[in-house]
Design a protein around this ligand. Structure first.
Ligand code: NAD
Ligand code: DAU
Length: 367
């Protein structure tokens, strides 16, 4: 039985991972540590709240004493670090929080793990620190460049990716210097349930439902390699269970799309759902398909993101060969599932949009 500490478990991928782990590894104990920043959402965990194998702690990964206490108190043998500031646009307007959480926070977790795990009589290989990172650390690809491998030199371009690159190096250094058992995964763009509506896909779904513009940065020809979040969770699971100590694994979808093509796909998917379910017209009267128009009419080209990386793509060969990893969800199917989830869980995102979410936390959790 594992006792696993999931940092950032109230965020998008972390919450999906908690659901995934409790389902796939019954009997394991999952402890979430999350500061519940603007991006954290306790309602993403509300359906596991009463599971005896689950516990939530409100706290900051920069609080090393708290982390060390939790590792001892719950006999934690796996840490999965999702906690981060994750939005590139916010890192451009306010980088400080990214340096604090992504760099200092990761180091705080590593120090706590070193204190507790390496000082204990338990052999270090029974405890694993898994660090969740991003393909953005490798920088930007030209149109004909081969996809990123695990040996592509780091060339981060935004304060976000620079802070993640620094955290990756710290994880590597704690393995090399102290012998801490670590693994790192560098993943491409995720999409799916519980994603905060500042990111491209949920932003577009929700703006279509309200009849608001769909902002496309620059010429819309930037490319990302999209992966359904559940496939990412499965990849992390494989790295934790089968990855070599000190190993780095790229996880991706082999699924490159330009932004404009994605937004068009989301528009077509929503329009199609309105056609097959006329009740949606009453629920979202301002949405173009409610009045027989096309969601694509909302597409609006806006100023580009400063330093906007042109293309990301992952070469997943190492994860396939060493771990047997393969993404399972086709993009069109994943987009349908995602649009459907946002249609069926309007309360989740309306609370965020209406700003009532903070009140909900204090009523339900007394914080
Ligand atoms: P997110 O922004 O949705 O969630 C981050 C979570 O971390 C939130 O719950 C937040 O409250 C928590 N948090 C922030 N600062 C904290 C602190 N100091 N202490 C404790 N908790 C804190 O992020 P996400 O999209 O779920 O990304 C999770 C991880 O995966 C990040 O490390 C990110 O770099 C990485 N990643 C994300 C993607 C993607 O497409 N979203 C792709 C590859 C890698
Ligand atoms: O590649 C992995 C990364 O993917 C993760 O490390 C990050 O945490 C995650 O946020 C994501 O970063 P991106 O910047 O690629 O994601 P975002 O959804 O913000 O943007 C996707 C693309 O869409 C990007 O090229 C910018 C563009 N975009 C985004 C928004 C929010 C728009 O054109 N308009 C928008 O309004």
């Amino acid at each position: 039985m594992n006792c696993i500490l999931v940092t950032g478990g109230a965020g998008f991928i972390g919450a999906n991972f908690v659901h995934y782990w409790l389902r796939e590894h019954p009997g394991d104990f999952v402890l979430v540590l999350d500061a519940v920043t603007y991006a954290g959402n306790l309602s993403s965990l509300s359906d596991v709240r009463n599971n005896p194998d689950f516990k939530f702690v409100h706290g900051d990964i920069c609080n090393r004493e708290l982390v060390a206490y939790l590792l001892r108190e719950h006999n934690i043998n796996i840490i999965v670090n999702f906690a981060a500031e994750s939005h590139v646009d916010r890192s451009i307007t306010g980088p400080d929080a990214f340096i604090r959480t992504n760099i200092q926070g990761t180091q705080s977790l590593l120090e706590a793990a070193r204190d507790v795990w390496l000082a204990s009589t338990k052999p270090p290989e029974t405890c694993r620190f898994h660090h969740v990172s991003t393909d953005e650390v490798y920088g930007s690809l030209g149109p004909d460049d081969p996809p990123f491998t695990e040996t592509t030199p780091y060339a981060p371009n935004s304060p976000y990716s620079a802070s993640k690159a620094a955290s990756d190096h710290l994880v590597r250094a704690y393995h090399h210097t102290y012998g801490l058992d670590v693994t790192t995964s560098n993943c491409s763009n995720n999409y799916g349930p519980y994603q905060f509506p500042e990111k491209l896909i949920p932003l577009c779904i929700i703006n279509i439902l309200h009849g608001r513009p769909l902002p496309i940065y620059g010429d819309g020809m930037n490319i990302r390699d999209w992966l359904y979040v559940e496939d990412h969770c499965r990849g992390i699971d494989l790295v934790i269970r089968r990855g070599k100590s000190g190993g780095v694994y790229n996880i991706g979808g082999c699924n490159e799309w330009t932004n404009i093509d994605i937004v068009n796909l989301v528009c077509d998917t929503v329009d199609q759902m309105f056609r097959s379910d006329p009740k949606l017209q009453d629920s979202f009267p301002d949405s173009p398909p409610a009045s027989g128009s096309f969601s694509k009419e909302l597409i609006t080209f806006v100023d580009d993101r400063p330093g906007h990386d042109r293309r990301y793509a992952i070469n997943p060969e190492k994860s396939e060969k060493e771990l047997g990893y393969r993404p399972e969800t086709a993009f069109e199917q994943g987009i349908r599932q995602t649009v459907n989830w946002y249609l069926e869980n309007t309360g989740w995102w309306q609370d965020i949009i209406n700003g009532t979410y903070r009140d909900w936390i204090s009523t339900h959790y007394g914080m």
